[in-house]
Design a protein around this ligand. Structure first.
Ligand SMILES: [Zn+2]
Length: 406
């Protein structure tokens, strides 16, 4: 086990940079795949800490890989493990860093830099992977498809929250846009000539409310209308809405999507319009929490005075593209409490909480824990063996790929 006292003294030297970087990302929010400033800040810092940095990987301009102690995309020369700490740094449209990804991005670099300073000639390969576009863009899935996660033996990241947990369930999620195509007409003079795309959309929302009664308890469907028509006296010939369709697994989400599409088809038929369903991002899968790694992290956190809540099956659950990573390689995605209990994520309140000194204190402690677990994994001892066995025993579900965007 790493010595927490020594760990704390090293982290003091880079904590200032962590705070400044996080604050700068927070003050300059960039949405999915536009995180150029954040990616530059993080990669510059990693390069200064001695990492070998590649910015623009896996076909994404704002994704990066930074390595210490080995080679990328294969076994390091010494044959040791490859351990990845993941960074997120995208903001939400309209609300900025209401999910606190500024703490994740800067915190990942803090954890990795800390580990490297503590043990510059560490075993294996330490990798920081910059994963853009978590908010609805599926950045990690694109990087997975591009092979960026090939050869990674374990992946670790953390997320700020209103509670501290090392294990949390998450839902699979499909991201879809529905369009209705009707016929425009003057709404007073010749409405009989029109076919109303807005009526179809309203019927779809009504049909989904009806479907909701017969969905599994944990499934979720929610959406917003993007295009609802232009003028009250013109029958709208085009409407569109974006939805997330979620259930406990990717496989059951595909089943739910079929029922969702039936609602769209029915609404189109009833209104004489046409409909189109487009997937706007890859399917986020369910999350597999590696319990061996998670319980080790809990022990490190408790050593630094952080109370870890017991995982509860009824904890509120969202979705993240870390799920797809967790099916490929042993993964943890713990949460650190930075805001008062009940503070909703994706809110202005959470955004303000993500910039406070308290949030940075807490994120620092979590980064220490992540560094300690990563260090133990790099050493290739019992923890890595346990994590691998647990991952292998869980089998390999396939994540269905719904029809790609038209
Ligand atoms: Zn988030």
């Amino acid at each position: 086990m790493a010595q927490p006292a020594m760990a704390a003294s090293v982290i003091g030297e880079i904590a200032e940079r962590f705070r400044a970087t996080s604050a700068e990302i927070h003050a300059n929010p960039e949405t999915a795949f536009r995180e150029h400033r954040a990616a530059a800040l993080l990669t510059d810092w990693l390069a200064e800490e001695g990492f070998t940095v590649r910015l623009g990987v896996g076909g994404l301009d704002t994704a990066f890989i930074a390595t210490s102690g080995g080679v990328i995309g294969g076994r390091p020369a010494g044959g040791g493990p490859v351990v990845a700490v993941l960074a997120e740094y995208d903001a939400l449209p309209g609300i900025g860093h209401g999910c606190g990804h500024n703490l994740i991005g800067a915190g990942a670099v803090l954890a990795a830099s800390h580990l490297r300073r503590l043990a510059p000639d560490h075993a294996g390969t330490l990798v920081v992977i910059g994963t853009p576009g978590e908010e609805g863009g599926g950045g990690k899935i694109k990087l997975l498809d591009a092979g960026v996660f090939d050869g990674i033996d374990a992946a670790l990241m953390f997320h700020p929250a209103d509670r501290t947990l090392v294990v949390r369930r998450a839902l699979a999620a499909a991201h879809v846009r529905v369009e209705f195509h009707g016929v425009a007409a003057h709404a007073a003079k010749n409405p009989a000539d029109g076919r109303n795309a807005l009526t179809a959309m309203i019927q779809l929302f009504g049909a989904l409310d009806g479907l909701r009664q017969h969905m599994p308890d944990r499934a979720r469907i929610h959406g917003v209308i993007r295009d609802g028509g232009n003028a009250p006296n013109v029958i709208p010939d085009f409407t569109s809405a974006e939805f997330y369709v979620r259930d406990t697994t990717a496989a059951s989400t595909v089943d739910l999507l079929e029922r969702f599409e039936a609602c769209a088809r029915g609404s189109a038929m009833a209104t004489g319009t046409g409909y189109k369903l487009v997937h706007t991002a890859p399917m986020y899968s369910e999350r597999r929490n590696n319990l061996a790694m998670a319980s080790k992290l809990a022990r490190y956190l408790e050593l630094t005075g952080v109370d870890v809540e017991e995982a509860r099956d009824d904890n509120p659950a969202g979705s993240s593209d870390i799920g797809n990573v967790s099916l490929k390689t042993p993964t943890i995605h713990p949460y650190i409490q930075i805001a008062e209990r009940g503070t909703p994520s994706h809110s202005a309140l959470f955004r303000e909480a993500a910039a406070t000194p308290h949030a940075h204190d807490m994120a620092e402690r979590m980064a220490l824990g992540i560094a300690a677990v990563a260090s133990e994994l790099l050493a290739g001892g019992e923890l890595l063996g346990e994590a691998r066995r647990e991952h292998a025993a869980a089998g390999q579900p396939t994540v269905p790929k719904p029809t790609p965007p038209a």
